[in-house]
Design a protein. Structure first.
Length: 402
């Protein structure tokens, strides 16, 4: 007598919504732009100052928005206090709940110290600008450079904790072979620096700076980050095809029969190679042609932002469509509400609002490594070009550096 045994495998809803993608993207931009601001603001490299000012603007705005996306991803935002009353030293999320507030505080204090001399110089300005300057400057005493350096170094240390916990809290999940790999955390960091350098290129264009020095520096950073990301991706792939056991091999086996995943891999590889090739082409051009070519570098910035965001979408969202208890894949359609398209657009809208308010009320273009308002007004201007050859060239770059 024949008998049939039917096995039913439940389908679980996804655990992380697009809010998680927004958080991982914003926090990666935050810690990467902090490191891009550090050469000038923390270590005193004056030739990096135009870049540092844009990077600090990007760092503060993304730092303010990232926790909002994180709270939204908790589904019940007011339960965040559970992390503190039920702390768990073995949970990366619990560790992150301690590191993140310290990091956000460090970034805010660092930005305040860097902008304080310029705020002091605006204390007599009329209207909301003067009111904001008087309220935020907290007196006329000079800002100690040593204090800014100390806060900057402490925040950089905290940022490494952010890099570690955001990568580890995903890679620690053994139930998902596509997540459970040592290659994921460094890939998060590398693509974060790709996107951060792209964001600075876009801000340089939108803010009207159009500095050749900024473009040159960010293209070099993007080139290095693309190279690191390519090495990590190549090692990841070789690990999967040369080892018969392990999480990487299991991950590749789980998506081997999917045309969509093959298309995703092809898209990712071609986009990365295109970006890498375009950046290499720009940075190897003769010096006489660079100002003209760098005027279009912001387009590569948009591509870099796309790479950073889409990598996180694939890792955090597409991976959840791979069935864990049965064969095949689950379809995920992005909803139109706050847990989908509206949430994605709203997060970027909140970031844009923060950037516009800071541009309107705060002197981010005069960020400096401490000092006083008097020193800021008498300090020589830092040129965007090391050796300008014409009057037209001297008008480019960040104006009125302190």
């Amino acid at each position: 007598m024949n008998s049939t045994i039917e096995l039913l495998a439940p389908r679980y809803d996804i655990a992380w919504y697009p809010w998680a993608v927004q958080y991982f993207f914003m926090i990666a931009l935050s810690y990467a732009t902090l490191w891009l601001a550090a050469p000038a603001l923390v270590f005193g490299r004056q030739t990096w100052l135009p870049t540092a000012r844009l990077a600090l603007l990007a760092c503060l705005t993304t730092t303010l928005v990232a926790p909002v996306a994180l709270l939204a991803d908790l589904h019940q935002p007011l339960r965040f206090w559970h992390f503190y009353v039920h702390a768990n030293g073995h949970s990366w999320m619990s560790i992150g709940s301690l590191v993140l507030p310290l990091y956000v505080t460090g970034v805010i204090v660092l930005a305040w110290l860097a902008w304080r001399p310029a705020l002091q110089a605006r204390r007599q300005a009329p209207g909301m600008v003067g009111f904001t300057a008087r309220w935020l400057s907290l007196g006329n005493t000079p800002t100690p450079r040593a204090l800014l350096v100390l806060v900057g170094l402490g925040t950089l240390v905290l940022s490494t904790g952010i890099m570690l916990y955001t990568g580890a809290e995903v890679a620690i999940v053994k139930a998902r072979p596509l997540w459970h790999t040592v290659w994921l955390p460094p890939m998060f960091v590398a693509t974060g620096f790709i996107a951060a350098s792209g964001l600075i290129l876009v801000l340089d264009r939108v803010a009207g700076e159009r500095s050749t020095a900024v473009s040159r520096q960010m293209l070099k950073v993007m080139f290095g980050a693309c190279l690191v990301a390519g090495l990590v991706a190549g090692s990841w792939f070789l690990d999967g095809i040369n080892v018969s056991a392990g999480s990487v091999a299991a991950a590749m086996k789980s998506v081997r029969g999917s045309a969509e995943w093959r298309g995703t891999a092809l898209w990712g590889g071609l986009t990365g190679l295109l970006l890498f090739g375009a950046v290499l082409y720009l940075i190897t051009r003769p010096a006489s042609r660079r100002p003209t070519l760098y005027a279009w570098a912001w387009l590569l910035g948009l591509v870099a932002l796309h790479v950073g965001w889409m990598f996180r979408w694939v890792v955090l969202m597409d991976v959840q469509t791979v069935a864990r208890h049965s064969a095949g894949f689950h379809h995920y359609g992005i909803p139109a509400g706050s847990s989908g398209i509206l949430g994605i657009v709203g997060t970027f809208g909140l970031w844009l609002t923060a950037a516009l308010l800071i541009d309107l009320l705060l002197p981010w273009r005069q960020a400096h490594q401490g000092g006083s308002a008097a020193e800021l007004s008498t300090a020589p201007s830092t040129p965007a070009h090391p050796a300008p050859k014409s009057a037209a060239e001297t008008t480019e770059g960040a104006p009125s550096h302190g």
